[in-house]
Structure formats: structure tokens, C-alpha cells
Design a protein around this ligand. Structure first.
Ligand code: LMR
Length: 315
């Protein structure tokens, strides 16, 4: 019978998951785990195609592509949602979170969970957070104090808060997609950048930067997002299985993120391609003093309640 044969021969629904980092990163591994779990639990019904390294979409178009349903899951860093909500800018405030445990506490708090819905009206559904880690500065020269950064060009993600952070030390922020960073550093079109140990390692930034300052001045984490259109199109029972698979893949991604903070740093140091700059307490305080005024500038956009909740997670 023609009608019943439809389900027998129906093609599985393809879920495209696009991201900009390499496979040997917390996000890269998380995406592959998600694929494995969905295909194991919904065989023949759903497939997950993972596109790493900006192969399908990059920073400039992945969220637009999501809204067009050209891709169904993306996980941009929390710094890249500015066009859709100002509230997530809280994650970019320099020296706000003491460590990743504080970041995690905030994300899991009531206020942090509310932020997953902050873009619903724009058609974007937050499915969860994923860790990468704390950001470090790197450059073609040692950066020990804010004065060392003055006049230097730094690649930044498309975030006005991060731009203000570099303005605060009289540096020149340049917003560029992640896929262009290596070449910009290699050709010396820019002097430096900020990123996690995992991204500095997997993208080989350390091969084209003479120094990395262990500043831990901010966080680089992700929000896993889908579109309202796609999410609502899924039957409830399938959606629950897909969400459960995602949550489990995040657990693995977070474990990898925690391990990589130490491992990738060590691999960079072992390579001897880049020298580590450790800050004294007094030097670090100079960066804090220079950059912290940025908080006030963005307080009304982000909301004092959100900033207070984030700060409370430090205790
Ligand atoms: C960056 O653009 O530096 C990062 O957001 C890349 C990423 O996804 O980790």
C-alpha cells in the first residue's frame, strides 16, 4: 500500500550542526557525541551532520542561516549574540567571573537559565550552555601591564563589550571572524588576540604569537541554539530524545573543556613556540583597574539584576 510504504522508505530527517572550531575541541567533541547519541537512539529517523571549522557557516552568517533553517543547531560563543540580545553581554564583562566554577554556577542559576530564553522573540531557542574556558591574551610581544597593549591591534569577536575592554587599555580592537585569525596573526595584520587555551592550541595561534599572558580575564563559553521553527516542528517524543542527547553530549564536552584548560596549555608550553607571561598580583590588578569600568558602561543594557546575579556566583 502506497500510504504505509511512505514511512518505510522515508528518508531520515537531517539535523545539521555547524560550528567554527576544530574537531579536537570541547565543542567539536560535543557535536560528535551528540551525533552518535541521536543516531543510536533514533536510527533511520534522524541523522546529524556535523560541519566543523566554519566549513558550512562561519561567524558572519551562522545565526542568520539558523533562522532560515539552513542549519538546525549552532553553538556560537556567548559573545556573538549581540544582535539578538544585549543580556548575554554579561559574559563578556572583564574580570567578572573568578573561575569556571563560578561561570557554571551562574549558568545553572535561575537567572542564567532565564537567559536561555532571551532570544525567543527573535525566533532563537537556547538549549543549553557549553563550556570552553577562561580567555588569555596573546601577542607578538609580552603583555605584562595594560601599557604593553596600548596602540596594539587585537582581533576580537563581534562584541561591543570586548571592544570597550580593549579601548580601555588604549588598544585597537578589530572585529573579525574566527576563521581569519590565524592568517591575520601570521601576516601581522594584527598584533594579538584573546582566546582560550583550547582555541589557541587547536588553531595553532601559539605558532604565530611569541607570548601568551595567563590573564584569565574573561570567559569564552557557548550557547547551543536552534530555531523556534525547527524545534516546534519536531514531535514531542523525538524532541525529548534529541534534547536528552544534547544534554549528555554537553556533559562530555564540559569534561573535555576542563581537561583541555590544563592539557592544551601544557602542550603549548612544551612546544616552546610561545612564551608564557605570568602576571604578578600587582600587574593583574592594573588590568582589573583599567578594564573594570567597562561594567558601568554596559550596565543599563545588560541589566543590573543580571550582573548582580553573575557576581553572586563567585561566592
Ligand atoms: C572565537 O571567535 O574566538 C571563538 O568564539 C571561537 C569558538 O567558537 O570557540
Amino acid at each position: 500500500m502506497l500510504v504505509s510504504s511512505f514511512s518505510v522508505f522515508a528518508e531520515p530527517v537531517e539535523i545539521k550542526f555547524s560550528h567554527v572550531v576544530a574537531e579536537n575541541t570541547p565543542k567539536g567533541q560535543m557535536a560528535l557525541k551528540f551525533k552518535e547519541l541521536v543516531e543510536q537512539r533514533l536510527p533511520g529517523e534522524y541523522t546529524v551532520s556535523v560541519f566543523p571549522s566554519s566549513q558550512l557557516f562561519g561567524d558572519n552568517n551562522e545565526l542568520a542561516a539558523l533562522l532560515l533553517n539552513d542549519v538546525q543547531i549552532v553553538a556560537p560563543s556567548l559573545s556573538k549574540f549581540e544582535r539578538y540580545t544585549k543580556k548575554l553581554q554579561v559574559f563578556d564583562l572583564p574580570f567578572l567571573f573568578e573561575d569556571m566554577a563560578a561561570v557554571d554556577r551562574f549558568q545553572q542559576s535561575e537567572e542564567g537559565q532565564k537567559l536561555l530564553n532571551s532570544m525567543n522573540r527573535k525566533g532563537i531557542v537556547g538549549l543549553g550552555y557549553l563550556h570552553n574556558g577562561m580567555k588569555q591574551f596573546s601577542a607578538h610581544a609580552p603583555l605584562s601591564t595594560p601599557a604593553d597593549a596600548s596602540g596594539k591591534k587585537f582581533r576580537i569577536m563581534a562584541s561591543d563589550v570586548i571592544a570597550a575592554q580593549f579601548d580601555a587599555v588604549k588598544a585597537i580592537p578589530v572585529k573579525k571572524p574566527f576563521s581569519e585569525v590565524f592568517t591575520l596573526l601570521q601576516t601581522r595584520a594584527i598584533d594579538g588576540q584573546e582566546n582560550t587555551w583550547s582555541n589557541i592550541y587547536s588553531m595553532k595561534f601559539y605558532e604565530v604569537q611569541s607570548h601568551i599572558t595567563e590573564s584569565n580575564h574573561g570567559v569564552l563559553d557557548y550557547m547551543l541554539v536552534t530555531s523556534n521553527t525547527f524545534w516546534k516542528s519536531l514531535p514531542k517524543d523525538k524532541r525529548d530524545i534529541i534534547k536528552k542527547s544534547l544534554d549528555e553530549a554537553v556533559v562530555l564536552g564540559n569534561e573535555i573543556a576542563a581537561a583541555k584548560e590544563g592539557e592544551d596549555k601544557q602542550a603549548i608550553l612544551d612546544s616552546k613556540r610561545s612564551e608564557l607571561v605570568s602576571l604578578t598580583a600587582e600587574e593583574r590588578q592594573q588590568w582589573v583597574n583599567a578594564m573594570k569600568p567597562v561594567w558601568t558602561k554596559f550596565e543599563s543594557q545588560i541589566g543590573k539584576d543580571v550582573i548582580d546575579a553573575a557576581q553572586a556566583a563567585n561566592k
